[in-house]
Design a protein around this ligand. Structure first.
Ligand code: AMP
Ligand code: MG
Length: 324
């Protein structure tokens, strides 16, 4: 299959919308990461999303909509859902609600993205669009059209060539089907922001209560990723990197050891935006090790989660030179 590269202009979007209506798979930019879209009302197209990604069948897809009214159309909304949609949509917050039959599942995850081309595409398709991240299952999510192309070329009908994804990690997934709102996956919107908007505490799911997809190994490049402990003194980070010459560092610039290469981000937003692309770049350049250091702030929960997963799910302490 030839994968078309479509411009993010009216002609490209019209073409992409027609493809989606005909059952094709179209990757498109969103503000979080690039999505792999399919008509959510077409079970054959949805099944092809799973096949193209190699995604486990029990990991459900987020349905993308072009307006908050769609909450009542596809889900059983409640006051909290409407309040959160008013406050955070369009944006990187996914709401899990009781469904109304899409996918035949009892619950449905819904999001309205803020990226212009994404909104135009969903509106032009005139259908809810199921869209996971446009990567093969288990790999870092693509934040650029080029990264989608390299990852999914020959497996999907088209990719819309939009700008770099602004947020850089996936949406926050919030479960509103229980009495207490619960974050199933940390992401672009922090728990504190959600709690403030709701005027109530928000829980964080652990272990089996997490979003089904978060059980799997995720966001992992084919390079050894070592997670450095929080607040590690610069000397310890430096020791960890110098133990393996050619290592890369991903973290904030002010905690980077002197001479480190990789991603030395000026702030959390910059770190979040470039995290996945840097992991893939490190893999390409065959770095022996990528040392990742999550910032300690609660706002960095999403970045921390992705770093832990990229490292294989465990926190490791900084290895000393003696341990190698
Ligand atoms: P991705 O499509 O790769 O961005 O991942 C989508 C995330 O949303 C995964 O963690 C899914 O498990 C989660 N998700 C989608 N639908 C639901 C649902 N009905 N209930 C709980 N989590 C969901
Ligand atoms: Mg994904």
């Amino acid at each position: 299959m030839l994968t078309l590269r479509l411009a993010a202009d009216p002609a490209g979007i019209a073409r992409a919308a027609a493809l989606l209506r005909a059952g094709a798979l179209v990757a498109f930019p969103t503000e979080t990461v690039y999505g792999l879209g399919a008509n959510a009302q077409d079970p054959t197209a949805v099944a092809r999303v799973y096949a193209a990604k190699g995604r486990p069948a029990d990991n459900p897809l987020i349905v993308h909509v072009a307006g908050a009214d769609a909450i009542d159309e596809w889900a059983v909304a409640n006051a909290r859902a409407r309040a959160l949609a008013r406050r955070f949509w369009p944006g990187p917050l996914t709401l899990v609600l009781p469904g109304r039959g899409l996918f035949g599942a009892p619950t449905l995850a819904l999001r309205m993205p803020s990226q212009d081309a994404a909104l135009a595409l969903i509106a032009a398709a005139g259908r809810p669009i199921a869209a996971p991240s446009a990567n093969r299952s288990g790999r870092p999510s693509p934040t650029s059209a080029q990264a989608v192309y390299e990852e999914m070329q020959g497996r999907i009908e088209a990719v819309i060539e939009g700008p770099l994804a602004e947020v850089g990690i996936e949406s926050t997934v919030l479960d509103l089907t229980h009495e207490r709102a619960q974050v199933l996956r940390p992401g672009g919107i922090s728990s504190a922001e959600i709690a403030q908007a709701l005027g109530e505490e928000v829980g964080a799911a652990q272990g089996s209560a997490r979003s089904p997809g978060t059980r799997y190994r995720h966001y992992a490049p084919e390079v050894e990723v070592v997670l450095l402990d929080d607040g590690e003194p610069a000397a310890a980070v430096e020791r960890a990197l110098s133990a393996r010459p050619g290592s890369w560092y991903i973290g904030l610039a002010d905690t980077a050891p002197p001479g480190a290469k990789g991603l030395l981000a000026g702030d959390l937003a910059a770190l979040q935006q470039a995290l996945y692309a840097t992991l893939v770049a490190a893999e390409r350049s065959r770095a022996p090790v990528v040392a990742v250091l999550p910032p300690p702030s609660p706002a960095a929960a999403g970045v921390r989660d992705r770093m832990v997963r990229a490292a294989g799910g465990e926190m490791r302490t900084v290895p000393s030179r003696e341990e190698g």
